[in-house]
Design a protein around this ligand. Structure first.
Ligand code: 5GP
Length: 196
């Protein structure tokens, strides 16, 4: 997605060879116009799939997920990372290991929001080693809902998440695929063909 790639080049910061900081428009401050375009792009890619719900992970998945839900006209459920006082009924939980934080956390959703009639699109901000996406897949599968695919805003294609998800048979649509962050330089997969 050209608009997104240009934004990453202009405002993204390669903090190291593996970590990209995009808090100007996705992870802290949010660019609503860009999120709107991202929502339209995910919706176009999964149009006609019969999606009934979108599932994401708080907090950075929520903005792109909501914009996609607006276009597809379906509800958006975000998995919670912390137990909530109001989240008491029929919790479905999975574990996510975070390489960046080096810790394992439970994520949960209330089972009442998904059932075997649902066809789910999973959306997240980043795909790195795939642990967050795999935990979302696990949660959705526990509800017996089916999965249409996974929409990722930024995939770091040099890490293994994409491979793990395709091995699981998941369709993955990433709007920007980063080939390398080495030497503080952001390089995309297919840079020449996708960004002018
Ligand atoms: P994974 O579970 O695929 O290893 O990592 C996905 C999660 O880790 C994302 O939801 C995101 O919050 C965080 N993450 C992983 N890599 C990066 C990165 O390079 N930059 C930012 N900002 N977040 C990342």
């Amino acid at each position: 997605m050209e608009l997104l790639q240009k934004k990453i080049i202009k405002e993204g910061i390669a903090l190291s060879d593996t970590v990209l900081k995009v808090d100007n428009f996705l992870n802290h401050q949010i660019d609503p116009q860009l999120m709107n375009e991202i929502g339209k792009e995910f919706a176009a890619r999964f149009k006609g799939e019969g999606i009934t719900k979108i599932v994401t992970l708080e907090s950075s998945g929520i903005a792109p997920a909501v914009m996609t839900g607006l276009v597809l006209d379906v509800p958006v459920i975000f998995a919670r990372k912390k137990k909530s006082l109001t989240l008491t009924e029929g919790l479905i939980t999975s574990q996510v290991y975070s390489y960046t934080k080096q810790e394992t956390n439970d994520i949960s959703i209330a089972s009442k929001f998904l059932n075997d009639q649902d066809h789910v699109l999973i959306i997240d901000d980043f795909l790195a080693n795939g642990q967050a996406a795999l935990a979302l897949v696990d949660i959705v599968e526990k509800t017996n809902a089916s999965i249409a695919g996974i929409g990722i805003v930024i995939e770091k294609a040099f890490q293994d998440g994409g491979k793990f998800l395709s091995e699981k048979g998941c369709r993955v649509e990433s709007l920007a695929r980063i080939q390398s962050l080495a030497n503080q330089t952001i390089e995309f997969v297919n840079w020449e063909t996708s960004v002018k």
